[in-house]
Design a binder for this molecule. Structure first.
Ligand code: GYE
Length: 315
C-alpha cells in the first residue's frame, strides 16, 4: 500500500515537472503581416524577421499583403482565429486600422507595429511602434541638399507609397527643412510607390518636363533613386554629377551606386528589426511596460565614405 502511494507521488511529481518544463518552453506563435516585397529594404526586413524566428524557435506565421491593406486586415483576422500569442504588423498605410485592431485587443493579442506608424483614435490598440524617425531622415536629406547645391537650385522629390507614414513624414521633414533655404525650389513631387520601376518612370517624366533644370533628386527610398539613375543615364546625363541624388535606406545596392559615383548620399533606415521585435513582444506578453515608440537611430553617409563603409554594411 505504502509503496503504491510513493509510486503515485513520484509519478505525479514527474508529470508536474514535465508540465512546468513544457510551459517554460511553450513555443511562441507569432503572426507577421508584411506589406510586400517592393524594395531591397523590405526584403532585408522580411529576412530579419524570419531568420530571428528560426534562431529563437518561434513559430512564425508569415503573410505577404502585396501592398494591399485589405489583405493585411484579412491576415490579422486569420492570426486572431488561429489564436497566435502576438502579432507583428508592418502597416502599408496609416489610417483605417481601428476595427481590426479592436478585434485583436478583444482577443487579448498584443500587436506591435514594425517599420511604419499608424494614426488611430486610441493608442492602446497597439503596444508600440518600432520604427526610424522619418521626419529626421527627411531633415537630414534636406540639409545635405542645401549644402551640396550651395544654397541655390532645383530639386525633384520621388515620394513613397501614398498614405504610408514613411512617405508622409519623409516629405514633411524634407519640406520643412528645405524651406529654410529659400533659393532652393522643389520643382515637383510625385509618388514612385517605393519601387525602382515607378521611380524610373516618374524620373523620365520629370526629365522630359524640366531637363537640365533639375539639380538634385530626393528619393524616399533607394529603389526609386536607383530607378532615377537609370532614367538620367538614358537621358544622356551623368547621375551623381549633372544631377545629384540622395535617397533613404542605405542598402548595399545604394552603397554600390555611391562607390560607382552615381549616387551622392544616403540616409540610413535600419530594416534589421526581427530580434528587437520578438524581444519586445515577449516583454509585452510578460506584462512589462514598453515605450510607445522604440526609435531606431540613423546616420547619413556620403559617396566619399562609401568605399570604406560598404564592407561593414549588414543589409
Ligand atoms: O524605407 C522603403 C520601403 O517602411 C521604412 O518601406 C519602410 C520603407 C522603406 O519599402 O524602402
Amino acid at each position: 500500500m505504502r509503496k503504491l502511494w510513493i509510486f503515485a507521488l513520484l509519478v505525479s511529481l514527474v508529470a508536474a515537472f514535465a508540465g512546468m518544463a513544457a510551459a517554460a518552453e511553450k513555443t511562441l506563435v507569432v503572426g507577421f503581416s508584411q506589406i510586400g516585397a517592393e524594395s531591397g529594404w523590405r526584403t532585408a526586413e522580411t529576412d530579419s524577421v524570419i531568420s530571428a524566428a528560426k534562431e529563437l524557435g518561434i513559430d512564425l506565421k508569415f503573410s505577404d499583403a502585396q501592398q494591399k491593406q485589405e489583405n493585411q486586415i484579412k491576415a490579422i483576422r486569420s492570426f486572431i482565429a488561429q489564436g497566435v500569442d502576438g502579432i507583428l504588423l508592418a502597416p502599408v498605410v496609416e489610417t483605417g486600422w481601428e476595427p481590426v485592431l479592436t478585434e485583436a485587443q478583444n482577443a487579448k493579442i498584443p500587436v506591435i507595429l514594425l517599420d511604419r506608424g499608424i494614426t488611430v483614435n486610441d493608442d492602446s490598440l497597439y503596444v508600440c511602434k518600432i520604427t526610424s524617425d522619418f521626419v529626421f531622415e527627411g531633415r537630414e536629406a534636406a540639409k545635405w541638399v542645401a549644402k551640396e547645391l550651395g544654397g541655390k537650385g532645383s530639386v525633384v522629390q520621388l515620394q513613397g507609397t501614398p498614405g504610408a507614414s514613411a512617405a508622409t513624414e519623409r516629405q514633411k521633414g524634407f519640406e520643412e527643412e528645405i524651406a529654410k533655404t529659400p533659393d532652393i525650389k522643389i520643382l515637383e513631387s510625385q509618388t514612385g510607390d517605393f519601387t525602382m520601376e515607378l521611380g524610373k518612370q516618374v524620373m523620365e517624366a520629370f526629365l522630359k518636363k524640366y531637363g537640365k533644370d533639375i539639380n538634385a533628386v530626393y528619393a524616399h527610398n533607394d529603389d526609386m533613386g536607383l530607378g532615377a539613375i537609370q532614367a538620367i543615364k538614358e537621358a544622356g546625363l551623368k547621375p551623381g554629377e549633372d544631377i545629384k541624388i540622395i535617397t533613404v535606406d542605405a542598402t548595399k545596392a545604394a552603397f554600390e551606386a555611391m562607390v560607382a559615383g552615381e549616387m551622392n548620399a544616403v540616409v540610413e533606415c535600419n530594416p534589421l528589426l526581427g530580434p528587437l521585435a520578438y524581444e519586445t513582444l515577449k516583454k509585452a506578453i510578460a506584462g512589462e511596460k514598453i515605450d510607445k515608440w522604440i526609435v531606431q537611430k540613423d546616420e547619413l553617409f556620403t559617396k566619399d565614405q562609401a568605399a570604406s563603409v560598404i564592407g561593414s554594411r549588414k543589409y
